[in-house]
Design a protein around this ligand. Structure first.
Ligand code: NAG
Ligand code: NAG
Ligand code: NAG
Ligand code: NAG
Ligand code: NAG
Ligand code: NAG
Ligand code: NAG
Ligand code: NAG
Length: 572
């Protein structure tokens, strides 16, 4: 009796999630597609003023003002468009793709506060929608942008090669792709603002997408005979995949997405990295944290569970059922809320996993992924379960239902007209922050495609291994820089320097570097800095434990391509 009742309840809940997800997928697809296209210049109905091929983040101009074009968001949006075009899902999108290519080639050349095309400007995160530089203070650089852009354009380049258009790839696309890839090759190991634009450190998402871009770039370079680029990309891709492993926290079973900002590191960053580096030919390989890898699934559970008790709208939901998820549990932006694109991202990682398990005809549970699978079958054991085993059926059915539950959450908190904002309120579910967020629409399209079993092209993740030995770092070409500052001090007072580079201790007054007073009142220090790099810094005084900073603005300098280089300053 009891078990019958439970199975009826289970069946009832399952059927509800499936039918909600079915109807959401059918209804939301055309709305999301139209919403996404409305935000792309020059013809988009909500993007007036945007240059051809530029994607606005949202038409919202106040609280928040998102009427700018971000390299990351644009690349993710155009990857969706390019996948739909190259797979034959929508052949009308080609003119828009061509606009994007032209617009990005121009943006790469626009000098901006991160530098110009040779001094770091490639990783400027955002521009005005007329294609000019955005010059106000911002979390810059963001080194995921060039990688995501390269991935989107390479995907299109591969289609052109398959369709007898090598000339365009070699003459027009390769120079654009190469600027992004060379940038990653030379600078991946410098600190970066993360995809949420808040913390300057290392970011799992950034490392993962940089690794992917260099692998794809190497394959493309070979295909079009640009062999001189290959060795450098391969070497740094090896270093990146080595560094990628270091984000894994084995004792707590999750990917520590961010090493800065005093956060737990539980972050949508890792689920988004899995779906944006999904390679359907790579199986459940944990080396690249594929969606169905034991590490990515374990991490997904830890991430999802971190929102169960903190959002009012999640209260009363069973501990193994879908809940609304946000960027990271410590988030305070707009008071910290669930986002449509992160909740969709969880579902997408699960759908990607189901695709792979069904294609390979089996599913493996390791010690690492056991807690994830136990949510759906508490007595399940580690091992490999083939297609015909009841366990395979029980688990995949329950995981499909779990995934559909995340879509059902988004469905529940989407207004009836289907429009997607950035967030929804943690306690009442009302849409919040930027309306018509282009990335929200893109995430709806990719999760619906994944639910329908449609996969993106492979990028070469199959069979990759981590180079043996310790991870090699790479700070690219460097030079000697001498800093001299004329500063009068009292006895016992010392002068230090800190700034926005790792070698300058990332603005840490505690770790700031002591200058020497051999030539007092000139204080001096000689440092090895990355070449061709825009950077900011300040001198600080320390006296009896009290820190005094130079007055604003920050000092800014650009290192040349080779040294030595001397900077003479006066304390101000
Ligand atoms: C970029 O800036 C550097 C340093 O200011 C300068 O030497 C170089 O000519 C600039 N390059 C371009 C393409 O503007
Ligand atoms: C190659 O592709 C480009 C970009 O889509 C297009 O403009 C051009 O007409 C194509 N050339 C041929 C020969 O198909
Ligand atoms: C640079 O690479 C080394 C070695 O892989 C790593 O320990 C370090 O954290 C990296 N730094 C950044 C900012 O990526
Ligand atoms: C999994 O964990 C169990 C219990 O801690 C241990 O006995 C077993 O050896 C582990 N298996 C593997 C393959 O690590
Ligand atoms: C859709 O509905 C929301 C919430 O009611 C509203 O804010 C938004 O303006 C509507 N969008 C359109 C395109 O009508
Ligand atoms: C240091 O600055 C003081 C005050 O501006 C000036 O008088 C002095 O000549 C400077 N010393 C050197 C060595 O430049
Ligand atoms: C102190 O600065 C002077 C002048 O730049 C330099 O010659 C000397 O080597 C420095 N001493 C130390 C200990 O760094
Ligand atoms: C920096 O100051 C030193 C003297 O302290 C002087 O010899 C040198 O020419 C100056 N360099 C520059 C680039 O101004």
């Amino acid at each position: 009796m009891r078990s019958t009742l439970l199975s009826v309840l289970f069946y009832g809940a399952t059927a509800l999630a499936i039918s909600t997800a079915d109807s959401y997928a059918a209804k939301e697809w055309p709305i999301a597609k139209a919403g996404l296209l409305a935000n792309i210049g020059p013809f988009g109905s909500k993007s007036s003023g945007a240059k051809a091929g530029l994607v606005i983040a949202s038409p919202s101009t106040v609280n928040p003002n998102y009427l700018f074009t971000w390299t990351r968001d644009s690349a993710l949006v155009f990857k969706t468009i390019i996948d739909q075009f190259t797979s034959g899902q929508d052949r009308t999108l080609r003119p828009l793709i061509d606009f994007y290519l032209t617009a990005q080639a121009k943006l790469q050349q626009v000098p901006n506060p991160s530098g110009n095309v040779t001094t770091g400007g490639i990783a400027e995160p955002k521009f005005n929608i007329d294609g000019t530089a955005f010059t106000e203070p911002w979390g810059r650089p963001q080194r995921d942008g060039p990688a995501l852009r390269a991935t989107a354009i390479i995907t299109y380049a591969n289609w052109l090669l398959d369709n007898s258009n090598k000339t365009f790839v070699t003459s027009t696309l390769w120079p654009v792709i190469k600027l992004d890839l060379d940038y990653i090759m030379n600078r991946w190991n410098q600190s970066t603002f993360d995809l949420w634009e808040e913390v300057s450190s290392s970011s799992f998402f950034t490392t993962a997408v940089q690794h992917r871009a260099l692998r794809q770039g190497s394959i493309l370079a070979k295909r079009i005979g640009q062999t001189s680029a290959v060795a450098g990309y391969d070497t740094q891709a090896g270093n990146l995949v080595c560094f990628l492993q270091s984000y894994w926290n084995p004792s707590e079973g999750f990917i520590t997405s961010n090493t800065g900002g005093g956060r737990s590191g539980k972050d949508a960053n890792s689920a988004l990295a899995s779906i944006h580096t999904f390679d359907p030919t790579a199986g459940c390989d944990a080396t690249t944290f594929q969606p169905c890898s034991d590490k990515a699934l374990s991490s997904l559970k830890v991430y999802v569970d971190s929102f169960r008790s903190i959002y009012g709208i999640n209260s009363g939901i069973a501990a193994n059922a879908a809940v609304a998820t946000g960027r990271y549990p410590e988030d305070v932006y707009f008071n910290g809320n669930p986002w449509y694109l992160t909740t969709a991202g969880v579902a997408e990682q699960l759908y990607d996993s189901l695709i792979v398990w069904e294609r390979q005809g089996s599913l493996t549970i390791t010690n690492t992924s056991l807690p994830f699978f136990k949510q759906f079958a508490p007595s399940v054991k580690t091992g490999t379960y083939g297609l015909i085993s009841p366990t395979f059926y029980v688990l995949t059915s329950a995981i499909k239902n779990f995934a559909d539950g995340f879509l059902a959450i988004n469905a529940k908190y989407t207004p009836t007209n289907g429009s997607l904002s950035e967030q929804f309120d943690r306690n009442i579910g009302m849409p919040l922050s930027a309306q018509d967020l282009t990335w929200s629409y893109a995430s709806a399209l990719t999760v619906i495609n994944a639910r329908n079993g449609i996969t993106p092209a492979s990028w070469g993740a199959r069979g990759l291994t981590v180079p043996s030995g310790a991870c090699q770092s790479n700070i690219g070409p460097t030079l000697q820089v001498a800093f001299n500052v004329n500063a009068t001090t009292q006895l016992g007072e010392n002068i230090y320097i800190t700034g926005n580079l790792d070698v300058l201790q990332n603005w840490s007054p505690d770790n700031a570097l002591l200058l020497n007073a051999t030539n007092y009142p000139i204080w001096s220090i000689a440092l090895t800095l990355p070449a061709d790099t825009v950077f900011e810094y300040k001198y600080i005084r320390k006296f009896n434990g009290v820190v005094t900073w130079e007055s604003d603005p920050n000092n800014a300098q650009t290192t040349p391509g080779s040294g030595p280089y001397v900077i003479n300053d006066t304390w101000r």
